[in-house]
Design a protein around this ligand. Sequence first.
Ligand code: IFM
Length: 481
Amino acid sequence: MTTVSPRPAGTGAPLRFPPGFVFGAATAAYQIEGAVAAGGRTPSIWDVFAHTPGRVAGGDTGDVADDHYHRFREDVALMAELGLRSYRFSVSWPRITPGVSASRLGPVSAEGLAFYSELVDALLAAGITPAVTLYHWDLPQALEDAGGWANRATAERFAEYAGVVAGALGDRVGLFTTLNEPWCSAFLGYASGVHAPGRTEPAGALAAVHHLNLAHGLGAAAVRRAAPSARIALTLNLAWVRPETDSVLDADAARRVDGLQNRLFLDPTLHGRYPADVLADTAAVTDWAFIRPGDTELVRGPLDVLGVNYYSPTPVRHWTRERPRETADGHGDGAATPWLCCDDVEFPRRSGPRTDMGWGIDPRGLAELLRRVAAERPDLELMVTENGAAFPDTVTPDGRVLDPDRVAYLRAHLAAVHDAVASGARVSAYYVWSLLDNFEWAWGYAKRFGIVHVDYATLRRTPKSSALYYADVIRAGAVTP
Ligand code: IFM
């Protein structure tokens, strides 16, 4: 590593992680790869969305992104220098089956598979464990044209695609995550429309919830068949929902937000049932008739690991309608809302530190969420599959990139993970989001989450202070709060 940046030191006693605890970093295909037409790749919903004027800040697209497709060897070398033990990346579905339609998967692209196969080989050669996510939001546009996640066939095709990838990589990859953050796919993609495909159809969003859950269940079974020794994960962005007071009305606001963001995904995948209160809350939007007999058993398929993504707390309260509604959750301020049937719920803006996304910072939420799922399913292994923060970086005249706020954020959240582990949660890994600055969806390149800075003019990578801090944590196997 050529660049050395100062990083503020902690002053407490080191908190040591258990032996074998895995420290990694995560990315997603559309956010970093670029090379959107290589090997016959066809457009995903994010290609189409990003190329639609007005959808993404600055008119940014993932056409080039970090050009990781061509620079993956350089990126793997960087990971090795930082001492990362694992790299969590996603596979771009339209690279693998570019001719997929609602009725058939279509031919498999040898070139598409070869890219990921070479990436896996490069990681293994560098001593870095690959962790594959099968779906991180880049649905083939042809499937969206046939109804997208509101159409059951999408779940069936996803399972076939999952089997293909697991069959090709399962001899070297030990962990396959089916979906990343299905809440975002369903509610930001089909209800608020701030994410691709940009639809604002509440009933479609709830159908998408079920078909994503079904895709997880069918996909997990397909991975199990194709790669029997691999472990299977699902990653959820769970909300740490905090009612403002202990009033009955605030408690009900919290129940509904918890239902939509947490229990609509946790209950079917962990317990094989949908939460009755959420089905009742949303009865005016849909009768949920798209859930067929036997589906919930399929959804509760084999699951070895639950991935938890956490960034920020979710304070809620009952909205009295006496003043404009606060929507400080960062998701509800568009014309349409992802919070279906929550007309009297608001997301108060609390004082305190915030990231560049405007998201509040409270590491306690990460520990609490880990304890919650550990209590609900003590047998399940947990991983923090994403945690990190966007902050504006300072690039010094001599080329160093200083990000003390991100260092402080990571330190506090790593300490929270340690706290959860110390209280008995079976957490085996932590992946920082993200390895590289990248395409932050509707925000384009305006928000930087990377521990490695990317100069988008030259694509030069520079480890930030936070990368060097994280390398120290990994070396020590401990965080010093
Ligand atoms: O960049 C995203 C990622 O793709 C999914 N989880 C949240 C991150 C930050 O918004």
